[in-house]
Write a protein that binds this ligand. Sequence first.
Ligand code: NAD
Length: 296
Amino acid sequence: MTATIIDGKAFAARLRGRIAEEVARVKAAGVTPGLAVVLVGDDPASAVYVRNKGRQTAEVGMESFEHRLPDDTAEADLLELIARLNTDPKVHGILCQLPLPAHIQTDRVLAAIDVAKDVDGFHVSNVGLLSTGQKALVPCTPLGCLMMLRAQLGSLAGLEAVVIGRSNIVGKPMAQLLLGDSATVTVAHSRTRDLGEVVRRADIVVAAVGRPRMVPGDWIKPGATVIDVGINRAAGEAGATRLVGDCDFESCAAVAGAITPVPGGVGPMTIACLLANTLTACCRAHGLAEPDGLAA
Ligand code: NAD
């Protein structure tokens, strides 16, 4: 069997197109969705993410507000900025780029963001809403994975899903979303015994570990759908490095029914889902109809 390649780049482009149409609808009702992104320090990878987020926000017709603060910003000053953004009517989504410098307590900062503007879905109240099956803002990466799974498989009800990884930003919310769609969910992690046996029973595998090519093809049930969240640098040709996922792409694609590549799979969906969350937050804030299929 050769797997269908799930093209995350094309999927994300279609999603952004849909969001742009919905933004135009919301603007016609007199509201412009706005996303504020806060970057503390000069981590080069974070700076690239923030730039991309700002560009894509503007491209779909939303307002983008960027706040760049120096590395030695006091926690109190960051909290003050967040308090201002919380009450700013032009801002519907607030994202504080992680990681924050070591002298700032991430939990305190995330807790300070208004739950209704928490477009990263990291606030404990959104985590609680998601896990109790209520309307929440959902972390962007697992939301993107869910959208791709629904598009690929239709109903997920009754399917065996194995999520490898239990982080707060990917593994745990992914498991909650799959449960919300009535899959039978197993969360595997670094202490799981006989991981291969666990993964072999899955109709859906979501790998979110951060270990290059750790999932071999002989762990995959024939026909399963494989979502590879991992982004790892591995040695390429002639001393160069290249990006690889947590799954060994070639051997998994030979067995799976469908698989996301790395790069070009889950990655491009994450920012598109951030825009989707901002639009959702804006619609909820103004009592406007929420577009179908953009939230969990
Ligand atoms: P994390 O380090 O917070 O969590 C990794 C998880 O993997 C842990 O729960 C751990 O228990 C589990 N694990 C570690 N070793 C294992 C092993 N040998 N067997 C089974 N499980 C094991 O990482 P994260 O933030 O969840 O990210 C995971 C990967 O996804 C990383 O490669 C990251 O770069 C990538 N990622 C991609 C996106 C995207 O937009 N595509 C977004 C977030 C994270």
